[in-house]
Design a protein around this ligand. Structure first.
Ligand SMILES: [Fe+2]
Length: 254
């Protein structure tokens, strides 16, 4: 976390240009929005669409965000992302939360059921449904299957994590063939560890703060807020050039 980055008086295009330059030094920025190809994503509340039935994503709405990893519903989630705070929530809400995969692991190891859940979620693929804003079309249900825990990707790490509870619940509804009571129990235990039991970093990021997140070895989320002026910029960063990436988040138009 870097405070007082010094970008808050810059116009939007200059500010986003500096953020983009920073991400270029860390890897390869991706454009995860299939429809617009945008790299710098505005994390702020959007007006609710007519009908209101779309499966929206956390960055589009006020309220809390359950603990998750980004691009969990894609074949190759980016290794890192940055969040830059353009305007912090004024209502003292919207704290950023981080939980390391090691803390999740240790929490699950504390009980026999938790150990069984870790084992099952390391070996059994679960279905992740793609939120409507990222899907090719609103009417089409897209699902990607992957294990929650995978092999470590950096020295000293126990394993990687891929997680998004609401996407998995909607994925199980779309793929009942993968739905079992054992898997449901494991997902519920994992969700409890992620939301409540595991120790976490809790911090309200001030305006002009930059947060760099390891998206393969930690979960992130936020506490609830209702200030619609809260505004962050997110840029996701891959270790691989876009041309070598598989799936929608490999699309590069930047
Ligand atoms: Fe996220």
């Amino acid at each position: 976390m870097l405070r007082d980055l010094g970008l808050q008086d810059l116009p939007e295009d200059r500010r986003n240009g500096v953020l983009y330059a920073l991400t270029l030094m860390l890897g390869y920025p991706t454009s995860t929005d299939q429809r617009t190809g945008r790299v710098a994503w505005d994390v702020k509340a959007r007006p609710v669409a007519e009908g209101g039935a779309r499966f929206t994503t956390f960055s589009e709405r006020v309220g809390n965000a359950d603990m998750h990893t980004d691009s969990s519903f894609y074949p190759m989630p980016e290794e890192q992302f940055i969040l830059y705070v353009v305007a912090a929530a004024r209502c003292n809400g919207g704290q950023s939360l981080l939980v390391g995969v090691e803390e999740i692991y240790q929490t699950l190891q504390a009980s026999p059921a938790g150990r069984a859940a870790f084992e099952l979620l390391s070996t059994t693929p679960v279905p992740f449904r793609v939120p409507a804003i990222y899907a090719a079309g609103d009417e089409q249900v897209e699902v990607f299957t992957a294990t929650v825990f995978g092999p470590a990707r950096r020295p000293g790490a126990r394993c990687t994590i891929r997680w998004r509870y609401d996407s998995i619940m909607k994925g199980l509804a779309a793929r009942p063939d993968l739905d079992t009571p054992e898997l449901r129990d494991a997902i519920a235990l994992m969700n409890h560890a992620a939301e409540h039991a595991a120790p976490r970093f809790v911090h309200q990021l001030a305006t002009d703060t930059l947060l760099l997140v390891d998206n393969h070895h930690m979960l992130h989320g936020r506490t609830t807020y209702d200030d619609e002026k809260r505004h962050l910029i997110r840029i996701r960063i891959s270790d691989l050039p876009n041309a070598e990436r598989i799936g929608p988040s490999g699309v590069a138009r930047d």
